[in-house]
Design a protein around this ligand. Structure first.
Ligand code: PGA
Length: 250
């Protein structure tokens, strides 16, 4: 059985100095945690410094994005092989902010997932419906098509984690209810079972969207939740440590 996975997505926050200050506080707070995996996805600019600071700790280096080519004339992009070279183990792909602001399509996301897996990095593949899609009863259609298109021709379930992040719950303070999370996760697990059979059991399905120290316990104890992807509440070392050690959270 896999370990639960708790990942910080720092988005476009923290200078190198701020990132190192966070780690100075955070590393001792979680040093004894060994029954779950902890990941931090800093900005690209911080990735090398953060990678050095968490070397030989129980924290895994994650990236927020990657391009789908390993080198070439692609101004402003960072390649999977460059991330691998920095010690990145997991790459977040298809975050709703990438889909919305950078126009990433399911096809592009599929290419990115394949490129990362080729470099032997694992992915945290994000899916989720918008508020409008939910209100129009399209949630399951959207999740299904994002899964089918994003994972097209990918036969390596060991390298895949999925993050269910309802777009309306991201950064809004509106957390999905336990029953909404449960039914989405059950549906996602059915879909990946159709794709990978029993090997789908290797795929962790995380929840993301307004996770806090106050709601983490009920989220983590919801059936079929194998971890969380945390934005806002991961920026503060004490708050994020409470999320990691969720049994003790309020
Ligand atoms: P949030 O972000 O925790 O700030 O809602 C989650 C995410 O976007 O991964």
């Amino acid at each position: 059985m896999f370990k639960k996975f708790i990942v910080a997505n720092w988005k476009m926050h923290k200078t190198i100095k701020e990132a190192l200050l966070f780690l100075e506080q955070f590393i001792p707070l979680v040093k004894d945690v060994d029954d779950r995996e902890i990941g931090i996805a800093p900005t690209f600019l911080c990735i090398e410094s953060v990678g050095k600071a968490i070397k030989n700790t129980n924290i895994k280096l994650c990236a927020q994005n990657a391009f789908y080519k390993n080198e070439g004339a692609y101004t402003g992009e960072i390649s999977p092989s460059m991330l691998k070279d920095c010690g990145v183990e997991y790459v977040i792909i298809g975050h709703s902010e990438r889909r919305k602001y950078f126009f990433e399509s399911d096809e592009i996301i599929n290419k990115k997932i394949r490129a990362c897996i080729k470099e032997e990095m694992k992915v945290i593949f994000c899916i989720g419906e918008t508020l409008e899609e939910r209100q129009n009863n399209k949630t399951f259609d959207i999740l299904k098509s994002q899964i089918i298109m994003g994972l097209k021709d990918i036969d390596m379930p060991d390298f895949i984690n999925i993050a269910y992040e309802p777009v309306w719950a991201i950064g809004t303070g509106v957390v999905a209810t336990e029953s909404q999370i449960k039914e989405a996760h059950i549906f996602i697990k059915e879909q990946i079972k159709n794709l990978y059979g029993d090997s789908a059991d290797k795929i962790r399905v995380l929840y993301g969207g307004s996770v806090t120290p106050e709601n983490i316990k009920s989220i983590m104890t919801t059936e079929n939740v194998d971890g969380v992807l945390v934005g806002g509440a991961s920026l503060d070392a004490l708050k994020f440590s409470k999320i990691v050690k969720y049994e003790k959270s309020i």
